[in-house]
Design a protein around this ligand. Structure first.
Ligand SMILES: CC(C)(COP(=O)(O)OP(=O)(O)OC[C@H]1O[C@@H](n2cnc3c(N)ncnc32)[C@H](O)[C@@H]1OP(=O)(O)O)[C@@H](O)C(=O)NCCC(=O)NCCS
Length: 190
């Protein structure tokens, strides 16, 4: 499952200790993308607190990395014991990297993670006028149906299969190997 991503970017899960990279990415979003990401205007202070809480919970965060910087992210968070099969998803890509397939690649990864964790319903806070997100969601019609008024997406395939688990494992090991190689190269250059 190898996507062609801009600038040799790489999609992998966020590691422990990388919260600052996620925070910096979200703070860099232009005003319109920030508003769309949070379904309303939010301050820098709100974002700092939000990222601390969001990464402290049981979230699966995938990042799109160019070099050492995170330029896009998806977040998948269980809604808790009262809603065992439901999760919340959110996505953001920085403006210069939008419209290059990054959002599609990130959402694909998150849908796989949702499926493998048995989530049947994905909630996404998305403004009704956010056409780009709607276009993106439409690409995954077969796996996900969105209702933009009630802002609920449903993952149709509820059961993980050995193949879907293997696909996530393969993506994780590829992301890890590439990140290690990148680190090694930068250490050699230093
Ligand atoms: C929504 C968002 C994640 C899409 O990311 P992206 O990297 O631009 O997405 P992609 O390049 O994979 O494009 C996905 C689809 O969007 C549509 N699209 C892309 N660029 C577009 C543009 N300039 N105008 C309208 N639609 C566009 C296309 O249908 C595209 O699919 P295609 O390339 O197969 O035709 C990104 O715009 C973003 O971060 N927006 C701000 C945050 C946000 O809105 N989050 C959603 C709520 S949580």
């Amino acid at each position: 499952m190898q996507e062609v991503l801009p600038e040799d970017g790489l999609i992998r899960k966020l590691w422990i200790g990388e919260t600052a990279k996620y925070r910096e990415h979200v703070l860099r979003l232009d005003p319109e993308s920030r508003r769309n990401r949070f379904a309303g205007g939010v301050s820098d202070e709100f974002i700092r607190k939000y990222i601390d809480v969001a990464t402290g919970l049981d979230a699966v965060v995938h990042g799109f990395f160019v070099g050492d910087s995170m330029r896009g992210a998806t977040e998948l968070r269980p809604l808790g014991l009262r809603f065992p099969r439901q999760a919340e998803a959110a996505i953001s890509v920085e403006k210069p990297w939008q419209s290059h397939g990054v959002g599609s690649a990130l959402l694909r990864r998150t849908l796989l993670a949702a499926r493998n964790r048995g989530f049947r319903h994905l909630h996404m806070a998305c403004l009704a006028e956010n056409r780009r997100m709607q276009q993106l969601a439409r690409k995954f019609d077969a796996e996900l149906s969105f209702d933009f008024e009630s802002v609920v997406g449903e993952v149709e395939s509820s059961r993980p299969t050995p193949l879907s688990l293997a696909r996530e494992l393969m993506s994780d090991s590829h992301g890890f190997a590439t990140a290690m190689l990148d680190l090694q190269t930068r250490m050699l250059r230093a």
